[in-house]
Design a protein around this ligand. Structure first.
Ligand SMILES: Nc1ncnc2c1ncn2[C@@H]1O[C@H](COP(=O)(O)OP(=O)(O)OP(=O)(O)O)[C@@H](O)[C@H]1O
Ligand SMILES: [Mg+2]
Length: 501
């Protein structure tokens, strides 16, 4: 039996001013498949899928859905017709509860004579959450209190209904921990088995090869090729896909290759028995030239430790100490040479309504402004250097950050602190959503920083990244340190897991 065609994209172009994000793209999506979509940052993955899901319009071209022309008015319109998408960026309405977010745009399902029955909304919302196995999120919780991961899970619940025929997941797994990923994987396989179509965007090649039934590669707004399951199982598949993505060979050397865990004696940053919220008397000494990795499940407390080290948490007792001084605010942290790459890049790490230049130059200001004079030429030179070093795909440094692709935003939030030459760097999931080529250069840069005597805290939900990069691993569970191990060639993910769960 042939596969049933569900969505067809024909000769589609999308221009943003001079940028050609899609160049005459043809694509077909069938029932019963989980189609992987891969390509470098800025290759057009989010653009093509967001057009299918009604978020924006193409410049030219046609779409067909179940054999009929498809021109959705909006995302809500598309969802009503069975096509929904979890966006790469956070898409929740702050100041409302989980239930209100879940029912946004469809309160009519729980209203009579124009009155919304909130008890019914809450009860239905909780039932939805429970049915996805996410009982830990309560329908009546204010959304602002949810972690980034839980917000993403809530969005998944919001977008998948009985009517869903096509479900697009755009680079969502990087925001999810192991448990969250499992919930999502189970869901997309259920949809596939029910004859729906899933479009799955990710930079994690292992995940793509494990979860998807087919694969399409994009490069610079063009479709480069497709792989079916059999081709994906071939021994040289990863190499082939990488080559298709980048157009050149990418070596396997990825993480650090040395096992030199030595560091200088000087302590660069000390957490002296800090207590706040559920974290009690946490201590840590980070030395110059040392990379300490923090791992665990997303709610284990490691992200909070990172925030505290940057002066973002109000401590009940203890202190964060650098150069003999206490750090009690992010401003003090920055002034003393600490940089912080937040996991929450859109709300904490970047000024979205500002240019790439402004974002990268911001932490440089105290250093570049001698009294009140700022040297624009020097500033531009430093910014352009970072744009080049990270291959930030943009027209120029003047382009606004909110028009960059997800991975290119992440590069800006990384570059911001490397431009400043910070002495201590706290990195919370620094490689989130960046493609393999750039990931490779970020890892090389981190290794280089160690050599230069910089001190680094690397917080990550990817065990492989921690094993590959850290001198010492601190594993946390339920806000407590459960294990510590040193870098060594025999260290495996399975050695760590027992401390995680
Ligand atoms: N609103 C916009 N204004 C200007 N350019 C845009 C806009 N939206 C997207 N682009 C550009 O279109 C290109 C394709 O972006 P897209 O977001 O589709 O990439 P992507 O493949 O999803 O990348 P990533 O892996 O980083 O998420 C990029 O060069 C991006 O800068
Ligand atoms: Mg994208």
């Amino acid at each position: 039996m042939g596969k049933e065609l569900l969505i067809e994209v024909k000769d589609m172009c999308k221009n943003f001013g001079p940028t050609k994000a899609l160049k005459h793209v043809d694509m077909k999506f069938y029932r019963g498949e989980i189609r992987g979509l891969v390509g470098e940052n800025g290759s057009g993955k989010s653009t093509v899928t967001s057009i299918i899901a009604g978020m924006q319009k193409a410049t030219s071209g046609e779409m067909f859905y179940k054999g009929k022309p498809w021109n959705p008015e909006s995302m809500v319109d598309a969802q009503r017709h069975g096509i929904s998408m979890v966006l790469q960026e956070a898409n929740t309405i702050l100041g409302c509860t989980v239930a209100e977010n879940l029912f946004a745009g469809r309160f009519d399902e729980c209203s009579k004579f124009g009155f919304v029955n909130m008890r019914e909304v809450n009860a239905k919302a909780q039932k939805m959450l429970d049915s996805f196995g996410i009982e830990k999120i309560r329908a009546t919780d204010p959304i602002d209190r949810l972690t980034f991961e839980d917000r993403k899970l809530m969005e998944i619940v919001r977008y998948v209904t009985d009517e869903t025929e096509v479900f697009v997941v755009d680079e969502t797994t990087t925001a999810l921990s192991l448990e969250g990923r499992k919930i999502l994987y189970d869901l997309i396989h259920r949809l596939k088995d029910a004859g729906k179509s899933v479009i799955f965007i990710s930079h994690d090649m292992d995940e793509i090869l494990e979860q998807c039934t087919d694969l399409t590669v994009l490069r610079d707004g063009d479709i480069i090729g497709h792989l079916n399951r059999e081709e994906m199982d071939a021994p040289d598949a990863v190499k082939k896909i990488r080559f298709m993505m980048v157009g050149r060979e990418i070596g396997d050397a990825y993480y650090r290759e040395d096992y030199d865990t030595s560091h200088q004696d000087e302590v660069a940053l000390e957490l002296k028995d800090i207590s706040f919220g559920p974290i009690r008397n946490f201590f840590l000494k980070l030395h110059k030239g040392e990379i300490i990795g923090f791992g665990g499940l997303s709610g284990c407390g490691m992200h909070e430790i990172g925030r505290a080290a940057f002066g973002l948490e109000k401590l009940e007792s203890g202190a964060v100490i650098r150069n003999g001084h206490e750090i009690t605010s992010p401003l003090q942290a920055i002034e003393s040479g600490i940089g912080y790459i937040s996991k929450n890049r859109d709300t904490e790490a970047l000024i979205l309504e500002g240019s790439i230049h402004d974002n990268i130059a911001l932490p440089l200001l105290p250093e570049l402004s001698h009294k009140t004079f700022i040297n624009p030429a020097e500033e531009k030179r430093r910014v352009d250097h970072e744009i080049e070093a990270f291959w930030i795909k943009c027209g120029s440094g003047k382009q606004w950050v909110n028009t960059l692709s997800g991975g290119n935003k992440q590069k800006v939030s990384f570059a911001k602190w490397t431009a400043k030459d910070s002495e201590v760097l706290i990195m919370d999931c620094p490689t989130r959503g960046v493609d393999i080529g750039v990931k490779q250069s970020m890892y090389a840069l981190i290794a280089q920083m160690k050599k230069e005597g910089k001190a680094i805290i690397l917080i990550s939900e990817e065990m492989a990244e921690l094993i590959g990069m850290a001198d010492k691993l601190v594993i946390m569970k339920d806000f407590v340190r459960t294990g510590e191990m040193m870098r060594n060639p025999d260290l495996k993910e399975t050695d760590i897991i027992e401390y995680v769960i």
